[in-house]
Design a protein around this ligand. Structure first.
Ligand code: SF4
Length: 256
């Protein structure tokens, strides 16, 4: 039964809370760096400490604003578009520090990545993005294919015989039925090439937490929604996906 092996639903506030703590600590560190460098800067130029201080205040305020914007988006409140395009850049910068801080509290990297995906998906859904089926690209990882399957599907997923041995066949059937572009990617580089070649208006990616986290950020500003794969046999081997969850997500993205 798939329901017994589904990953636990990640908490959105975990990611946002930890990022806000990280932001606060970074601001403190920047203040410390400014204090330490004050005299040296003043020796170079009288107004340099003030200029440097103003720059650090601007960076801290801006990134704090972008994080608050995400909190507003998650709460369903109006957000400022200005912050949208910088949100992922700020996450990329703060995330490695957040992972280290999380470790102190016993929070695993995967939990944080899962929480990021939950936040990102919620923002995607609240944006009410709808695209025609042929402008939606669905990307699946190669490990979703049954390891013993002799058919080469990474160049052309149509080589799948839809035998029911793995979820690739289910996704192919859905693609035939609904008309979205489906591709199986062996890695981030190939996934990016497929995105460039197909020029979709939105992406639905199926992958593990780590790959979804980097993938969603990589394709930005293209809207992307993630569905976590299920790993009953450990990572990267005969993985599965909850097809009902994929169907639910597709119904929310594809225009009627
Ligand atoms: S569904 Fe397709 S990819 Fe999966 S085992 Fe059957 S033929 Fe191979």
């Amino acid at each position: 039964m798939i329901s017994t092996i589904l990953p636990a639903r990640p908490k959105k506030r975990l990611f946002l809370g930890l990022l806000l703590v990280t932001e606060f600590l970074m601001a403190l560190m920047l203040y410390g760096a400014w204090k330490i460098s004050y005299l040296g800067l003043e020796n170079i130029f009288e107004y340099l400490p003030a200029i440097f201080g103003a720059f650090l205040i601007f960076i801290s305020t801006f990134s704090f604003g972008a994080l608050c914007n995400m909190v507003l988006a998650v709460k369903g409140l109006p957000t400022l578009k200005l912050f949208h395009r910088y949100s992922f850049a700020i996450i990329k910068f703060l995330f490695p520090v957040a992972v280290r801080i999380g470790k102190i509290f016993g929070i695993k990297r995967r939990q944080l990545e899962g929480s990021f995906i939950a936040v990102s998906n919620l923002i995607f859904m609240k944006s009410k993005i709808k695209v025609p089926a042929k402008k939606l690209l669905v990307l699946a990882p190669h490990c979703l294919q049954l390891a013993g399957c002799p058919h080469k599907i990474t160049r052309d997923p149509n080589n799948c015989k839809r035998c029911g041995g793995c979820n690739i066949g289910d996704l192919m059937k859905l693609s035939d039925e609904l008309g979205f572009v489906f591709f199986v990617a062996t890695g981030g580089t190939l996934a990016r090439q497929v995105v460039i070649k197909n020029r979709p208006q939105a992406v639905l990616a199926i992958a593990c937490e780590r790959d979804l986290m980097s993938g969603i950020q990589d394709v930005f500003p293209l809207p992307a929604v993630g569905v976590l794969n299920i790993r009953p046999n450990g990572p990267c081997y005969n993985t599965r996906v909850d097809i009902d969850e994929v169907k639910r997500t597709l119904s929310q993205i594809i225009e009627n």
